[in-house]
Every structure is written in C-alpha cells, then in structure tokens.
Design a protein around this ligand. Structure first.
Ligand code: CA
Length: 250
C-alpha cells in the first residue's frame, strides 16, 4: 500500500459536509443568498441578523461548553450595535478557536490587517461570488479537520510516516511490515525525536516492567527494525546507537 492510496479518514468528509456554520449578516438579501448556497452543500446553517444575536448565541455556548458548537463562523464586519470585529475578539477571548471568515465591503489593506489581527482566519471582500465563498468555506473546514487529524495521530520523521491510531508505518510512502513491538519502538522514537532511550527504558515501555528477559532483547528488535528501515543497517540513518546509553532516532 502506498501512502497516496490511504483512504481519507472516514471522519474527514463527514466533518466537512456536516459542518455547522454560524452566519452573521445584517443584509437580508445577502444573508439568504449565503444561507441557501451553504445549505445546498449540506452544511447546517444558523443565521442571525445582528451582532447582538450572535453574541447571545456565542456566550451561551461559552457558558455551557456544550452543543451546539460551530465549525465555522462567517461574519459580516459592518453590523449595527456589536460589530464583527468585537464578535471575533469575543470568540478568541473565550478561547474559542473556531475558524472565522470575515466578509466585508471594507477593502483597504489596513481593514484586512485589523480583521486578521482580531483573530479572523480569512477575509472575503464584498461583493463576492458564492463560488468563492464556498471554496473558502471548504478550505477553512479542511484545514481545521487536518489540524485535528494531525494532532491526533500522524507523525513524521524524515521519510518515515507513522499513523498511530491505525498502527501503520511508512517509509517513503511504502508501508513497512512491522511487528507490534517494532512498531511501538519506532513510535516511541518518533514521538520523542530528541530523546535518547536506554535499553531499560525501552523494555519498560515496550515489554512492561514485569519483563524477565534481558536487555539484549532490545538490541535484537532494534536490529530487526533497522533491517526494515535502513538502506544499510550497518550504517544506520534513522536509528542511531548512543554509545554507553542506548538508542535514539537521528
Ligand atoms: Ca453589513
């Protein structure tokens, strides 16, 4: 199996197409146009016409820390009373890092900078096409999902990729056929790339504290791992010996 053949994480398309979006727009025609375009793509849309209503919804989420949460906020800047920038700042103040797409008729560079500095992720100048709005929506949702996915399970070191949840490892995109213990050793190395592991520490982590064999077992597994990973196992490029102590990835 090549890395390129890995099917998308099944949660990935689902997260993107079922995304829940909060739309804050005071102009009725634009609000309806955006709502219809988003709903046609399968997104769930909550639309409000004022900054006050948006703040009310967001504060109730902040207070309860429960559903409904949003995967994206599309925010008009020029709103009566509470403006878009204040809503954006409120979100970040609440440590809510939902992606924010600002839509605004303000076009100068400094307006864009102020919007992005307030914590927005992207900025769309009015008038815009629904096509572009949808493309930016998809991009923001995708980025968020990838960040989530990355944090949870993918590790990379040079040409090695490790999918922790799937217990799979790849070298230059080709799947490695590792035993569970070899995989666990590689996982320890990759998740702590600067750490030097003693044989005793590896035994404790991989075999458990009750292991009765001796530390030569570690050397044997390291040799097997090198045979699968290294072009020349006697000149290892990935798994280095640290004389007098143990091993590290390098
Ligand atoms: Ca407006």
């Amino acid at each position: 199996m090549m890395l390129a053949d890995i099917p998308a994480n099944p949660i990935f398309p689902e997260l993107v197409s079922n995304a829940s979006i909060l739309l804050v727009e005071d102009e009725e025609i634009i609000r309806e146009m955006i709502t219809i375009a988003l709903q046609r793509e399968g997104y769930r849309v909550t639309s409000v016409a004022s900054g006050d209503e948006a703040v009310e919804i967001l504060q109730s989420i902040g207070a309860r820390k429960t559903e409904p949460t949003f995967d994206l906020v599309i925010l008009d800047l020029m709103l009566p009373q509470v403006g878009g920038l204040d809503i954006c700042r409120l979100l970040r103040y609440q440590n809510n890092f939902v992606p924010v797409l600002i839509t605004s008729a303000k076009v100068t560079e400094s307006d864009r900078v102020i919007g992005l500095d307030a914590g927005a992720d992207d900025y769309l100048t009015k008038p815009f096409s629904t096509k572009e709005l949808l493309a930016r929506t998809r991009a923001l949702l995708r980025r968020q999902t990838f960040q989530f996915f990355n944090k949870s399970s993918i590790y990379r070191f040079k040409e090695i990729t490790l999918l922790s949840n799937e217990r799979k490892a790849y070298l230059e995109g080709k799947e490695l056929n590792l035993s569970p213990k070899e995989f666990r050793i590689l996982e320890l190395f990759i998740t702590s790339p600067r750490r030097v592991w003693s044989r005793e520490q590896l035994i404790e982590q991989v075999w458990g504290v009750d292991f009765l064999g001796d530390t030569k077992t570690v050397d044997v597994h390291i040799r097997w791992l090198r045979e699968k990973l290294e072009v020349d196992p006697s000149q290892p490029k990935y798994i280095n010996t640290v004389r007098g102590f143990g091993y590290r990835i390098g």
